[in-house]
Design a protein around this ligand. Structure first.
Ligand SMILES: *[C@@H]1O[C@H](CO)[C@@H](O)[C@H](O)[C@H]1NC(C)=O
Ligand SMILES: *[C@@H]1O[C@H](CO)[C@@H](O)[C@H](O)[C@H]1NC(C)=O
Length: 383
C-alpha cells in the first residue's frame, strides 16, 4: 500500500517536471519567432540564454499584468549594461514613490544588446507593466556621412584643452544626437503617446500621489519639466547663429515662448536658458512630425553635434520654444527630483509633509542664480 503511494507521488512529480519543461520550450519558440514572450517568474531567462547565448532577442518585450485605465505612456531610459545598479536606484525611487500604484511600462534602450544579466536583474524589481528592451540601430549611433571625422577629432582635442566636460567623448555626442533626432522613432517608443525620460542614478524625494500622465492628458499639457539651467557656452558656440538662420528661412510667426532664451526680442542675444532635459514628461507628438524633423535635420547638417558638443537639452528647448505655446508647458514643481549635481525640493512645507519628501528645501535649485525657472514661469503665467 505504502509502496503504491510512493510510486504515485513520484509519477506526479515527474509529470509536473515534464509539463514545466514543455511550457518553457513553448515560450522559447515564441521568442525566436517574434521577439516577444510572456514573462514567467521561474528561470525562463536562463532557458532563453541557452538558446540565444549572451544576447537577448531584440526587441524583447516582457508583458506583466498591467492595471487598466492607464494612459498610453512609458518610462524611457537610455542606458548601458554596466549602468544596471545605478538604474536600480532610479527604478526603486520611481516604483516606490509613484509607479507601484499604477504599473506603467518601462522602456530601456541601449546602443549595444542588453545582456541576460541586465534583464534578469531589472525584471524582478518591476512587478507590473510591460518591460521593453531595445537596441538602437547602429546607423543612428554613428557619424552621418557629411561629417568630417578628422576635423571632428581635432575639435575634440581643442575642447579638451579648454577643459570642456566630455570634450573627448564620442558616445556622449551620439547620445545627445539620439535624444534629438531618433528616440521618438524607435519602434518600442513610437507605440506610446507619452514618455517620462529618466536616467540611471536619479532620485525622487517625494511621493507622487496622482497619475502624472493623466494630469498631462486632462490639462492638455505637452511638455512637463522640473529644473531649468544655463548652458556652458563653450559647447554650443555656433548654435544660436544656426538657430536664427533656421528661423529666418522657416518660421513666419512670432513664437511666444522665444522670450525664454532672449534678453530682448530681437534675436540678437541668447541667454542660453534651457529645460534640463534629463527629466521630461512629454507628448511624443512634439517630435514625431515633419516640422520638428526638418528642424533636427537642419541643425544636424551643420555638423555641430560633432564639431562642437551640442547638448540635447538646449536644442530640445529651442524646439519647444518654437513649436509650443506657454499653455502646453507644465512645471512639475511638486516633484522632489535629484540628478547630480542639482536638486529640486518643493518649498511648501505642507506639501513636503503630505508627500513625505525627504529632501532639504534649502538645497532647492529653483532660485539658484544658475536657474531660469522664475523666468519661464513669468512667461507662462502672463500669457
Ligand atoms: C577634413 O578635415 C581635415 C582636418 O581639418 C582637413 O585637412 C580636410 O581637408 C577635411 N576634408 C574635407 C573633405 O573637407
Ligand atoms: C498609443 O499612442 C500611439 C502613438 O500615438 C498609437 O500609435 C497607439 O496606437 C496608442 N496605443 C493605444 C493602446 O492607444
Amino acid at each position: 500500500m505504502r509502496f503504491h503511494l510512493v510510486v504515485l507521488a513520484l509519477g506526479v512529480v515527474f509529470y509536473c517536471l515534464y509539463r514545466k519543461h514543455e511550457e518553457q520550450a513553448d515560450l522559447i519558440a515564441e521568442v525566436v519567432e517574434d521577439g516577444a514572450f510572456v514573462y514567467q517568474p521561474d528561470g525562463i531567462l536562463e532557458y532563453i540564454e541557452q538558446s540565444l547565448p549572451g544576447i537577448l532577442a531584440n526587441p524583447l518585450v516582457i508583458n506583466k499584468n498591467a492595471l487598466t485605465n492607464l494612459q498610453n505612456a512609458t518610462f524611457l531610459v537610455l542606458c548601458r549594461n554596466q549602468d544596471v545598479y545605478e538604474l536600480l536606484e532610479t527604478i526603486q525611487s520611481v516604483q516606490d514613490r509613484f509607479n507601484h500604484r499604477y504599473g506603467y511600462d518601462w522602456t530601456f534602450l541601449n546602443d549595444k544588446p542588453f545582456s541576460v544579466d541586465f534583464v534578469n536583474t531589472i525584471v524582478d524589481y518591476i512587478p507590473r507593466g510591460r518591460l521593453n528592451f531595445g537596441q538602437i540601430p547602429p546607423e543612428q549611433w554613428s557619424y552621418p556621412d557629411w561629417v568630417n571625422q578628422t576635423f571632428a577629432a581635432e575639435q575634440r582635442e581643442s575642447m579638451a584643452n579648454e577643459n570642456v566636460l566630455y570634450a573627448l567623448s564620442e558616445s556622449y555626442r551620439f547620445m545627445c544626437r539620439y535624444y534629438l533626432g531618433f528616440f521618438y522613432r524607435h519602434e518600442l517608443v513610437a507605440k506610446y503617446q507619452y514618455y517620462w525620460r529618466l536616467e540611471p542614478g536619479i532620485k525622487l524625494y517625494c511621493d507622487i500621489n496622482y497619475d502624472v500622465f493623466q494630469f498631462m492628458k486632462l490639462n492638455n499639457k505637452k511638455y512637463g519639466f522640473t529644473m531649468t539651467i544655463f548652458e556652458y557656452s563653450k559647447t554650443i558656440p555656433s548654435l544660436w547663429f544656426h538657430f536664427k538662420q533656421f528661423i529666418k528661412e522657416n518660421i513666419d510667426y512670432n513664437p511666444p515662448l522665444l522670450e525664454f532664451v532672449q534678453n530682448d526680442d530681437t534675436l540678437t542675444s541668447y541667454n542660453e536658458c534651457h529645460f534640463w532635459s534629463n527629466f521630461e514628461i512629454a507628448d511624443l507628438s512634439i517630435f514625431d512630425n515633419d516640422q520638428y524633423n526638418h528642424f533636427f535635420n537642419y541643425l544636424d547638417q551643420t555638423g555641430g553635434f560633432f564639431y562642437e558638443r551640442w547638448g540635447d537639452a538646449p536644442i530640445h528647448s529651442l524646439a519647444i520654444l518654437l513649436f509650443l505655446t506657454p499653455n502646453d508647458l507644465w512645471w512639475f514643481g511638486d516633484i522632489g527630483y535629484y540628478h547630480a549635481p542639482y536638486l529640486q525640493c518643493p518649498q511648501l512645507a505642507q506639501l513636503r509633509l503630505q508627500n513625505k519628501c525627504s529632501c532639504n528645501p534649502n538645497e532647492d535649485f529653483t532660485d539658484s542664480f544658475l536657474s531660469c525657472t522664475r523666468h519661464i514661469l513669468d512667461i507662462i503665467n502672463s500669457y
